[in-house]
Design a protein around this ligand. Sequence first.
Ligand code: SF4
Length: 409
Amino acid sequence: MELEAKLAILADAAKYDASCASSGAVRKNSLDGKGVGSTGGAGICHSYAPDGRCISLLKILLTNRCIYDCHYCINRRSSNVRRAAFTVEEAVKLTLDFYKRNYIEGLFLSSGIIRNADHTMEQVNAVARTLREVHDFRGYIHLKTIPEASPGLIEEAARHADRISINLELPTQESLDQLAPEKNLGRTKQAMGRIRHRLEEATEQKRDGDKRLRHATGQSTQVIIGADASTDSDFLSRSDELYRSYRLKRVYYSAFSPIPDASGILPPKAPPLVREHRLYQADWLMRHYGFGTSEIVDSARPNLDLDIDPKLSWALRNRHEFPVDVHTAARETLLRIPGLGVKNVDRILSIRRFTKLHLVDLARLRVSLEKVRPFVILADHQPSVLELDSDTLRARFAPKPQQLELFGR
Ligand code: SF4
């Protein structure tokens, strides 16, 4: 098979993996020979480097052949898709060619499992090793690792890569048993634990002066939402555990997308995209705003409110905590005010050392006054008790009901 045909298959097969934070924008396509600028067919996506820069990556699978049969995956053993595989040399050549032409700044490499986990991991490592050691490739490399692979092979991946990830896929063993019977939550966590340990060792070695040591700086994972009955509480509790116990940099929430030739036990429709968005917001609250999982979801409300963001939802359930005086409140209290982000809280903290804040000051900070007004006390503003207690407060922020069209277009 021609390299270009393989690239089309293996770049397309890799697009379902969200854990390199590829941008979700619909790409324009010039493959019909009209116009210029299509990158979709060549598998180029975007990710964020640790310093916040956006970088373009060649995102491919080494092969879409797989001996596993995960129901939600288009590459599963029983799927009827065209199969292809790059050789190690082909994957290296493609990366270097794209890099030299300035199309990409790095590689995101994943793979279906061929023969067994160790054999697959060896192939993935061989691509990264050849790039680093033979071609002195200094671009970004993100490698997807396989929990069942030998610890030595996962460690080798971490030596060559800037970021490594293991996909958890589903939050509980019961869900895995149903949808990915060959996968095991305990094994995945063990592998994450080993990676955490190795990453910490490498950080210490660097701190002790071994500046030339090349090593991944973090690990991440992806979970698929909406493929089964797992609740937002299941996902967020698991994420909380992964951040605390395994020091993951990110958990990516990927809305299940119906695949061609899908297994009968999958839902026929994708979940609303807003669910993915709300999970990212809740995840952000846990990592940067000091919220505990049980403040966001619990057994009585296992799923997030899709109509309003989780911080606003928490504030409306805890109205007795408001209004907050922005001149005296502690940073962690300010962070809980709907409409105030981390940057604006820090700006408020420095402004209030010198002067009182007014509504116009918040407007200058581009804070949504509409959102913040019921929850804050400012020099020229005190919300009325009636406003804060009003039954209609939630309705002010939720999307307006829409009249259904009689005739769908
Ligand atoms: S192991 Fe990975 S590639 Fe193979 S079927 Fe499962 S999700 Fe797909």
